[in-house]
Design a protein around this ligand. Sequence first.
Ligand code: G3P
Length: 232
Amino acid sequence: MKFFLDTASLEEISEAVSWGAVAGVTTNPTLYARVGGKLQDFEQHIKKICALVKGPVSAEVTAPDTAGMLAEGRALASLADNVAVKVPLTLDGLAATRALANEGIEVNMTLVFSVPQAILAARAGARYVSPFVGRFDDIAEDGIEQLSNIVMALGNYDFAEDGPRGTSGPHGRGVEVIAASIRNPNHVTQAALVGADIATVPFGVLKKCAVHPLTTNGLAAFEADWEKVKQA
Ligand code: G3P
């Protein structure tokens, strides 16, 4: 499973890239607002993120209709080679995805909550499909079970011909599943166990993933014993 970082913070991205695990970045309007982003700076901000990471950077359209999504999507895709246009799973979003994929533009379909939605996204040519795990948990449903269903269902088929320029993804599917709305390290564990291709993880959660009390305790013991060695 690859890690994407779910943030619009340049500082967080720079630091996490130095850890070696960040294969891409996902942003959304909420994450951009959280870093105090202004409308007029949005495109420059996306360019800066694209320069920090080698992998895909998801930048989301905000128009509600296909024509608006298409115009925004083309503009976003022109900002850098590694932009993936993020499009919500609506009927307008599916039409925009099909048109963008036909132009060879990678699309990440977001706000995906069901197997039928995921299959529609893949057939519309989305390169990435993003089921939201935590938001299911928020309404007392099992987000990992929904994610698992989507991974299994998409794994039954080959969507390569549907994707931009016939893109072939892992397992020959032509589409990758991004476990999104990840809230804790256990979500990361479960996403990996059910075979999600990618987990997009907030900075704080990625940091927690590196921490284990036995690692901390073990290191403290090594340090104490090394002091004894130095004084022997
Ligand atoms: O990429 C968007 C998604 O990860 C949102 O997460 O925590 O707002 O449900 P959250």
